[in-house]
Design a protein around this ligand. Structure first.
Ligand code: PGA
Length: 252
């Protein structure tokens, strides 16, 4: 049994009004039993402070933002800095999600900048990588994911790299109902761990939490999480219902 941190992180995306979001956080906080899984709520920015107050006494619940800006501060209308997140007590930040890459021009280079500044503000990055369907069909998924990881993360010191969580999210599985099979997930997670080992050595690679994301739900979570290199999940749609989300956290 690995000693890696097990994580189930919800990514609420642009869902839930303020009152709906606080109600969901209250329901999860009330129903989630204490255990050895780190459970993260990735809420919209405007919910962070209130959700942080709701979950603060639960031993397993933590808070994530879904993005941050790469500058320390200044004239960037509409953006949120890592220092602002830190000032609310946010612990994690999701970076490089495929929707940010697709709709907001995020690149490996901007993800790399965001990772550095997030770490400088004591935020733990959950860095998303994953291939489009066309890339998988062309047999280039390993090459692409390897490149995303190298470009976004391999300038980090071993000490800083040790704080990173990676989320493998095949783009063709996100929000589509198409889940990677447990074998497909394991194959990619194993590849990612080998890529990390080649750069940072076995000890760091073995200690890195690698999450699977993409249509993960109560019905398939257990078969995915039982794979040796799958250390939990990044959950979109199924994180919006407390019972489904909790069922996923109980899937270990
Ligand atoms: P999904 O989203 O679970 O709705 O597929 C996962 C994600 O985008 O993180």
């Amino acid at each position: 049994m690995s000693t890696r941190k097990k994580i189930v992180a919800g990514n609420w995306k642009m869902n839930k009004t303020f009152s709906e979001g606080t109600a969901l956080a209250e329901e999860i906080t009330g129903k989630l039993e204490a255990g050895d899984v780190t459970v993260i709520l990735g809420t919209p920015y405007i919910h962070l402070q209130a959700v942080g107050a709701i979950i603060k006494d639960h031993p397993n619940l933590f808070l994530a933002a879904q993005n941050c800006h790469q500058a320390a501060g200044g004239a960037y209308t509409g953006e949120i800095s890592p220092a602002m997140l830190q000032s609310l007590g946010v612990q994690y930040v999701i970076l490089g999600h495929s929707e940010r890459r697709k709709y907001f021009g995020e690149t490996d280079a901007s993800v790399s900048e965001k990772v550095s500044i997030a770490l400088a503000h004591d935020l733990l990055p959950i860095v998303c990588v994953g291939e489009e369907l066309s890339v998988r069909e062309a047999g280039k998924h390993e090459a692409l994911v390897g490149e995303q990881i190298e470009n976004a993360l391999f300038d980090l010191s071993p000490e800083d790299f040790g704080k990173i969580v990676i989320a493998y999210e095949p783009v063709w599985a996100i929000g589509t109902g198409l889940t990677a099979s447990p074998d497909q997930a394991q194959e990619m997670h194993g590849f990612i761990r080998n890529t990390l080992a080649a750069k940072y050595g076995d000890e760091i690679a073995q200690a890195t939490t690698i999450l699977y994301g993409g249509s993960c739900k109560p019905a398939n979570a257990q078969s995915l999480f039982s794979q040796p290199d799958v250390d939990g999940g990044l959950i979109g749609g199924a994180s919006l219902k407390a019972d489904d989300f909790i069922a996923i956290t109980n899937s270990y």
